[in-house]
Design a binder for this molecule. Structure first.
Ligand code: ZN
Length: 325
């Protein structure tokens, strides 16, 4: 059964979203970036780079890109709308807040102290999903959540509980950030116990973790695991892509192909000042771009015996199921 999905250009049938990258960022800034007024980015440059990136993905058959940028990290739906118009690629944007450690917790911590945070978060998520973001009329198609390394803090739990409630009322899928692939089973358990539908949950960045038993512990809740940082190697606690491929082949061979999503978590424009990575790290991050999946990961999966049909399941059928469950 198909359902309508909110893209930045309006509703699209889930049957029509096609091959989908489930977690990328056209532009991202760590909260605080906008304090550096010396490096304000020109929206026209973000659009130009975004269109180039979207067209590269489109050349590999990608029809839809989910931009998982949370509200506190520079999310800009009008820029995404222009990228979508100019590239012909569907873009689905998010509503939500980043995890406590790298997000902007001050505002809602203050509200928590007043005892009104959860109510306000609920109104924010519902308002954006129902009426659009600000005055743009653009509606988010996913709720973005995050938790820290080995913990889902009190602050983060407010967002998880509220998101589950909002999903029950709106049907909007949830995409999460796990730090270094930790707290996967706990995130799934928390969301499902609060009433979210596991078939509409992607526990993200689980490719930060190469323990296949831990993946299965998460998968047993019926959720998807996102191998969505392909190309990020030995940075922010990440393993190597070849280790990820080995885990993927193991999971696929164990029958989990219909619970996996693939993406890169690319940051195509860093908001704030752009600082080069140190040389050794830059070398490891050379494949962190929108084509890594198609140029390196899929060929490696095929070499490991994964069929074209299974790859199609992961890139086309799974996103469609998530958005039509
Ligand atoms: Zn991300």
């Amino acid at each position: 059964m198909s359902k309508m999905v909110n893209t930045v250009l309006g509703p699209v049938s889930s049957d029509k979203i096609g091959k989908t990258l489930m977690h990328e960022h056209f532009a991202f800034g760590y909260p605080g970036f906008n304090g550096n007024t010396l490096h304000e980015k020109d929206p026209a440059d973000i659009v130009r780079i975004g269109v180039e990136v979207a067209l590269k993905a489109k050349a590999h058959g990608v029809q839809t890109i989910v931009d998982a940028t949370p509200n506190d990290c520079g999310r800009n739906p009008e820029i995404l709308r222009e990228i979508s118009e100019k590239s012909g690629v569907h873009i689905i944007c998010s509503t939500g807040y980043y995890y406590e450690g790298e997000g902007a917790p001050a505002y809602f911590k203050f509200k928590k102290g007043l005892g009104v945070a959860e109510e306000e978060i609920y109104e924010l998520f519902m308002g954006e999903i129902t009426n659009g973001i600000g005055k743009t009329g653009i509606k988010p198609g996913v709720i973005k959540l995050g938790s820290g390394k080995n913990v889902i803090s009190d602050y983060e739990q407010m967002f998880f509980k509220t998101a589950a409630k909002v999903q029950k009322e709106t049907g909007v899928p949830i995409i999460t950030h796990t730090q270094e692939g930790t707290m996967g089973p706990e995130q799934a358990q928390l969301l499902v116990s609060e009433g979210a539908d596991p078939k509409k949950i992607v526990v993200g960045h689980m490719d930060g973790n190469t323990d296949i038993r831990y993946q299965m512990e998460t998968l047993k809740h019926g959720v998807y695991v996102g191998f969505d940082r392909l190309g990020i190697q030995q940075f922010v606690g990440a393993p190597l892509d070849k280790e990820r491929v080995a885990v993927l082949i193991g999971l696929i061979g164990s029958g989990y192909a219909n619970q996996i999503t693939l993406s890169h978590d690319t940051v195509n424009v860093w908001l704030g000042a752009e600082s080069p990575f140190p040389e050794e790290l830059a070398k490891l991050l050379e494949q962190w771009h929108i084509e890594n999946l198609f140029q390196n990961i899929i060929p490696a999966l095929k070499e490991g015996g994964v069929s074209d049909q299974t790859i199609e399941t992961i890139l086309v059928d799974n996103p469609r199921s998530i958005f039509s469950a």
